[in-house]
Every structure is written in structure tokens, then in C-alpha cells.
Design a protein around this ligand. Structure first.
Ligand code: ARG
Length: 465
């Protein structure tokens, strides 16, 4: 039966079932570091303000340090029947240092305490995820640098459309991850305010100084309004949404890697470290890793929807429903950190099958648009007429069983004599790719420009401390 250090009103022991439902220690023990650091800062502030004595502060601080070591060395296991991490640590502190431990909770409630611990956890992991995004961007840049001339069919509707280069394709994902990175950085700044000192919901009559705790814990300032603060979980929703969006990008990249690994494509070969075999079919090599990254997007989306749903009907301020905020965030954070590391390794190790990609460019008349553009630019035809003539040229190529780029000048002139000599060169796939040199386009020189621009941006991003 649980000891009830926090219940003055409830005399009977709570039932085991109540404890099973109510206790968050089995999962919120993850927050032990944040809880201890928060308590150290709070006790420091209480002493600075003369609310507790310096001696008590010193005992509290030393006791909390010891508890941290006990936890990290597995001496204090956080497996007891305490309700949550806050009660477990406060209980252990009082066991160790007596009355001084009982003074720690002055001018504080578990409502601002949990808001603080959880926010610290979210802020730290926001930085960790942002850092891994930078690593992934750098890796994508390396692949892009190596493949700015490697052609593959760019697609729309998963149908061959126009020739692009593989570096350009990787830069599309690098651009997504840059936006993701910025989303995490923005969220960090938006949420970097300290909840501690809000007490239960209305502040406290004790002469606290919230600036001291805010500063000690690395926040920009205390939060504005305590009623909001103890019932605000927007910071948790921010990280969940940001993870979901990032995983959605990762899932799209994974989907392409899965497709490209299939026999029908064979555009990339994942290293054996990132593929697995089948238990029955000895010849198989399966892309389980990108499949899992794609699949894990489902669970992080679930975590986002779960918390949005928990929060939607809550009256101000704290309600116990909010204890449901943590497991989904822990799960999404764990998933994001692991997935980013795996993705980075997989991209760095994959082999790009340049020949297979370039061969695929000979299917689908990728340079057809160039003929239409030529007829507009050089022969002064309205685009719609040029489009129809080009359609006839494509039909001819189909009948002959060749790609449009393989037709001869006389083939072309048979369809329309306004097609001049220069066209044959224009219809070459590489010429077609390099003709798309408008800003942000796929021409190799433009791709290299994008790579240089993103690389320059990347070096300005400071690693977080
Ligand atoms: N374990 C609780 C949670 O995670 C801590 C806050 C409890 N506060 C309270 N007044 N019951 O939300």
C-alpha cells in the first residue's frame, strides 16, 4: 500500500487498482534529471529570497545530488509505489535529510513542478532532434554533391516526366529537413519560458523570484500567466507535430528507397547492414529499415492526435487527464531520435546505381516538352499547336519502338517541317535536364548552386550546447 506523503485529507490507503490507474512513476521516472535540477533551482531561489535557510538549501542540494547518483547507479530504483517521480524524489530526500526535505515544496505545487520537468525534457529533446536533422542534411548534401550529373526520370503521378539529376532529388529532401529543423528551432524559442513558481494555479504569497529559477534553468524568462502555465501543454503538442511532419518527410523518402530497391527499379542498393533476409525465401533481401521508418510515422501521428484529444475539453487549470501527456511524447521522441540516426546511416551507406537510373531515362520520352518549347521559341507556334505536333512525334517514336531522343531529323521533319536541325541535340536527355536552368531548377549548374547555398546555411547553424 502506498504511503501518502501528499495527502492530508485522505485517510484510508488507496486500493491497488486506484494506484495502477493513478500512478505515473512507471513512466515519468524518465524525468528524474529534470525533476532534480528543477528542485535544485527552486531551493536555491527559496534560499536567495530568505524563504528557507542557507543550511536547509545546502542539505537539499547535497541530498538531491546524492539521489541523482543513487538513481544513476541503480541504488534507488524508482520502482516503489510512489505516485509519481516528484513524490518519489521528495520522499527519498526527506528520508535522507529530514525536515529540510519537507521545506522543498514551499511555494511550489506538483502542477508547476510537472510543467517544468516536462518542458525541460521537451526543450532538451527539441535540441537533440534539431542537431540530428543537421547531420542528416549534411549527409544528403554529400550524396547530392556526388550525383549532380546522375540523371534519373523525374516523375509526377509516379510516371516518367522529365529528366532530373539525383543530387537535385536529394536536395528536395534536404530542403524538407531544413524546414523541419527550423520548426524545431522556432518551437524551442517559443517555449523557452519557465513554468516554475506558478504553484497550483494562482501563484503564491511567498516572496519568490521567478527570474532566478528561470535563469538558473536556462529559460529566457518566467511564463506570463500562471493559470495558463499549469494547464498549458502546447510545448508538448509542438514537439509532437514537429516530429510528425518530420517523420512524414522521412516516410516519403523511405517509400522512394523501397521502390528504388525493387527489381523493377534497382536504382539504389541499400547496404546489407540495412536490409534483412526472409525466413523462408533464401534469395530475398528486404528493405525492412525504410519500411519501419515509414511505419513509425503512424505511431507518432497517433501520439499527436492522442494529446490533442486529451486537451480539447479541459477546463482551466490543471486536470489529472494531463498526466496522459507524457507517454506519447516519450514515445515520439524516442522514435524520432532513433529514426534520424538510422536514416542518416542508411543514406550514407546506400549505393546509387547510376547506370540503371540513366537507362530508365530512355523510357517515357522525357524530353518531349523540349520539342514543344522549341516549336514555341524557334518556330513561333502557339503552345497548344506545339503540344499537338509533339504528341504526333511521340506517337511516331512509339510506333518505331524508340525514345523520342532517338528519332532522326528526317523522322521529325516527317511530322512537321518547321522542326529544324538543332532539335536532335535538344532532345538528348542531358541537354533537356540542363536546359532547365531557371532558379531552383534541375540543371546541374542550378543543382550545384542549391547545394552551395544550403551548405553555406548549414555552417551558420551553431551546434547547441
Ligand atoms: N503525475 C502528475 C502528472 O503527470 C503530476 C501532477 C499532479 N498534480 C496533481 N495536482 N495531482 O500530471
Amino acid at each position: 500500500m502506498a504511503k501518502k506523503i501528499a495527502s492530508a485529507r485522505i485517510s484510508t490507503q488507496s486500493s491497488q487498482l486506484l494506484q495502477d490507474l493513478n500512478n505515473s512513476l512507471p513512466f515519468d521516472k524518465v524525468l528524474y534529471r529534470e525533476d532534480i535540477e528543477g528542485s535544485q533551482a527552486h531551493a536555491y531561489m527559496l534560499a536567495q529570497q530568505g524563504i528557507i535557510s542557507t543550511e536547509d538549501y545546502q542539505k537539499i542540494d547535497a541530498g538531491l545530488r546524492e539521489i541523482r547518483t543513487e538513481i544513476e547507479e541503480g541504488v534507488f530504483t524508482l520502482e516503489g509505489d510512489d505516485e509519481d517521480i516528484h513524490m518519489a524524489i521528495e520522499g527519498r530526500l526527506t528520508e535522507k535529510i529530514g525536515d529540510a526535505g519537507k521545506r522543498l515544496h514551499t511555494a511550489r505545487s506538483r502542477n508547476d513542478q510537472v510543467a517544468l520537468d516536462f518542458r525541460l525534457y521537451v526543450q532538451r529533446n527539441t535540441q537533440a532532434i534539431a542537431q540530428l536533422l543537421l547531420t542528416n542534411i549534411q549527409t544528403l548534401l554529400e550524396v547530392a554533391k556526388a550525383h549532380s550529373e546522375t540523371m534519373l526520370p523525374g516523375m509526377t503521378h509516379l510516371q516518367h516526366a522529365q529528366p532530373i539529376n539525383f543530387g537535385y532529388h536529394m536536395m528536395a529532401y534536404a530542403s524538407m529537413f531544413k524546414r523541419d529543423y527550423e520548426r524545431f528551432v522556432n518551437a524551442y524559442a517559443r517555449n523557452n519560458y519557465a513554468p516554475i513558481g506558478c504553484a497550483a494555479l494562482a501563484g503564491t504569497p511567498h516572496p519568490i523570484d521567478r527570474n532566478i529559477t528561470a535563469q538558473k534553468l536556462g529559460f529566457d524568462a518566467p511564463t506570463l500567466n500562471c493559470l495558463d502555465t499549469v494547464s498549458d501543454r502546447d510545448f508538448a503538442l509542438d514537439i509532437l507535430f514537429n516530429i510528425s511532419t518530420m517523420m512524414m518527410h522521412m516516410s516519403r523518402l523511405s517509400e522512394e528507397l523501397i521502390l528504388w530497391s525493387a527489381s523493377e527499379f534497382k536504382w539504389v542498393t541499400l547496404s546489407d547492414r540495412h536490409a534483412t533476409g526472409s525466413s523462408i525465401m533464401p534469395q530475398k533481401k528486404n528493405p525492412d529499415i525504410p519500411e519501419l521508418l515509414r511505419g513509425k510515422t503512424g505511431r507518432v501521428n497517433g501520439n499527436l492526435i492522442a494529446l490533442l484529444t486529451v486537451m480539447k475539453g479541459l477546463p482551466l487549470a490543471y486536470n489529472k487527464d494531463m498526466q496522459e501527456d507524457k507517454e506519447g511524447v516519450f514515445d515520439s521522441v524516442r522514435t524520432a531520435l532513433l529514426s534520424l540516426q538510422v536514416l542518416n546511416e542508411m543514406i550514407a551507406d546506400m549505393r546509387v546505381n547510376t547506370e540503371a537510373m540513366e537507362r530508365a531515362c530512355m523510357v517515357g520520352h522525357l524530353s518531349a516538352t523540349d520539342l514543344a518549347d522549341y516549336l514555341v521559341k524557334e518556330a513561333g507556334l502557339p503552345f497548344r499547336d506545339a503540344y499537338h505536333i509533339t504528341g504526333n512525334v511521340v506517337n511516331l517514336a512509339e510506333t518505331k519502338g524508340v525514345d523520342i531522343s532517338e528519332l532522326t531529323l528526317s523522322d521529325l521533319q516527317r511530322i512537321d517541317e518547321r522542326i529544324g536541325e538543332g532539335v536532335v541535340a535538344l532532345l538528348d536527355n542531358r541537354a533537356s535536364m540542363n536546359a532547365r536552368e531557371s532558379q531552383g531548377g534541375t540543371a546541374t549548374i542550378r543543382t550545384l548552386e542549391q547545394i552551395a547555398q544550403l551548405q553555406a546555411w548549414l555552417v551558420t547553424q551553431e551546434p547547441n550546447d
